[in-house]
Design a protein around this ligand. Sequence first.
Ligand SMILES: NC(=O)c1ccc[n+]([C@@H]2O[C@H](COP(=O)([O-])OP(=O)(O)OC[C@H]3O[C@@H](n4cnc5c(N)ncnc54)[C@H](OP(=O)(O)O)[C@@H]3O)[C@@H](O)[C@H]2O)c1
Length: 430
Amino acid sequence: MKKVKVGIIGFGTVGTGVVTCLMENGALIKSRTNIDLILHKIADIDIERNRGINIDRSLLTKDANALINEVDIVVELVGGTTFAKDIVLKALSAGKSVVTANKALLANHGNEIFAAAEKYHADIYYEASVAGGIPIIKTIREGLAANNFDKIYGILNGTCNYILTQMSYNNHSFEDALKKAQDLGYAESDPSLDIDGYDTAHKAAILASLAFGDWINLSSVYVEGIRNISLDDIVYAKELGYSIKLLGIAKKVGNDIQVRVHPAMIPNGATMASINDVYNGIYIEGKPIGGTLFYGRGAGMAATSSAVVADIIDVARNLNSSSSLRLPAFTSQKHYDKFTQMADILSRYYIKINVTDEPGVIAKISTILGEENISISSMLQKEVSEIFKPVPIVIVTHSTFEKNMISALSRIQKLSIVHEKINLIRIEDI
Ligand SMILES: NC(=O)c1ccc[n+]([C@@H]2O[C@H](COP(=O)([O-])OP(=O)(O)OC[C@H]3O[C@@H](n4cnc5c(N)ncnc54)[C@H](OP(=O)(O)O)[C@@H]3O)[C@@H](O)[C@H]2O)c1
């Protein structure tokens, strides 16, 4: 039986989960694969802290660099894009295979890292970087390898999905739902990476790069988070038959692609609309497969460690059969001609405008929309009891170019009858 030495760098949440899984399921994995995964060393800057699991303390080291030279597989679970990048490149250049869960690292430096893997003929596996418990990287690279992909819609951030679910089902304000997520450990004390959409953007860029070929720069991805979603929006969405989700969207339209992250209204009847709480969901459309949906836990110690250990097993199998790079780190397929700018996307829109309740208001707004070639699909206006209080008008449009919508909104915003900033949410008919 082949023995494969594994070294883990970063003994935090995921590192602890991976060590636990290797200890608890090591025998099962051995019987299943005929490979003995030896946990050789665990490196962390803090090797005194109690991690809540019983391990042989001689496995712990502060010297990540030395660990790289002693093992067959380096597992990077430090996070961040500085030290993590150094050790991943160092491991690959030493011909060591790497497993990482680090989406920020790959989204920012995937090009360089994958090139190093090819150059030094070493594997880099990264299943846990997107939607932890859902094996979506393997699915795109292997299970769906025969497909020409058209569309990916992903609910990729459990924190945002939890907040939107709490707003939708328990009528919490955004602030209360965020506080609840923080109390439960679903959101960081500084939640900006999640709620401003950047975590979803990292994952969307990785998925789109894999599906469409050619590395997609993070700077090309439009990113908008969920801070501007109010309880009112959630209530109006329900009334109109929609749910609001933060989506990572990658689409091929003709030979052009678009990758964007923003809150979107999706029809309540769509299966994606019922993916709630901290769960993730990914819908992929391709030819010949058609539409296919994946669902599961996106983060947390358990789901993430399952993905990391699966990668360790894959890499160990490749080492065992001398077939590293059996799956290239990344294949450039050059399946698209250009990147669609946001101004040129076609979408349906929900807009909420707070206006003075007086005659002629709707005429003024619909005239501007008409002049910008935007056609109204439906409209809601609620009665309010207090005189002179601004009233919300909610308009749903037919499909139009974003540049027309932006131009119309900037004109409507300047009308004296309009109070507060107009809120816009894109509608995706998944
Ligand atoms: N947590 C999740 O649910 C999840 C899900 C998917 C992917 N991921 C990814 O998995 C990776 C790890 O996440 P995590 O949640 O496990 O983070 P974490 O709990 O913060 O663990 C990181 C560990 O690395 C240690 N560390 C930091 N700098 C180091 C250095 N220079 N040398 C050695 N050790 C160092 C940290 O020590 P200190 O604590 O002392 O700084 C900490 O123990 C990240 O890339 C993350 O994006 C996490």
